[in-house]
Design a protein. Sequence first.
Length: 250
Amino acid sequence: MSAAFQSALATPGLVWLVLAVALAGVVRGFSGFGSAMIFMPVAASILPPVWAVAAMSIFDIIGPVPNLPGAWRDGHRRNILRMIGGAMIALPLGIAVLTRLPVVPFRWTVSVTVLILLAVLISGWRYRRALSAKAWWAIGALGGALAGSTGLAGPPVVLFHMAGDKAADVIRANLLVYLFVVDVLILAVLSASGLLALVPVLIGALLAPVYLLANLAGAALFQRAGGRRYRGIAFAIIGVSAVLALPVLD
């Protein structure tokens, strides 16, 4: 245990992970999503793919806890549960892809996925039709597959939420609860598969206090700003993070 803890503390680039997780926590607390989009491009340049996903899942479970009761109250519970059901089915397939993906393709996949999502959202595209129950299951499954393979559960889920006309507090609540449960599922699948090493777990635990405080700060910002700056702030930080983490910039 002590050797693993020392290894976690000696992680090259740990300072950058701390900075990334602080930004990720503020955005997650403010918007209900975005932590993986900010943390994973940075983590993918520092940690092995499975380690990056495991570390993020650890702190991402702890950080949003203070905001969960309010999110469960404000969100659309049926749609949240449908998305979670879809994620449970697809996430193990994503994990199987993750274990076979080399580091550089992994980093490209993460950054390009984030940038494509961001471009679609900034374009102002809106999905006007009401989604069926099956569609919510499918969206959750796409999120689960991406969560397992890249650590990014958010893109399809964020896309369809942001593309509609739902209020900011409902979007934030749905995403916050769904992404929390997906993190729990990721850890369960990694553990059951024998892929959950101690060092990345400890890295995640070291980052958790920073993330928790940043989540609280982000939630306070949301209460003050509401939906007025909801999209713009999150989009700006997510875009910069994805661009800076592209392997071509090494």
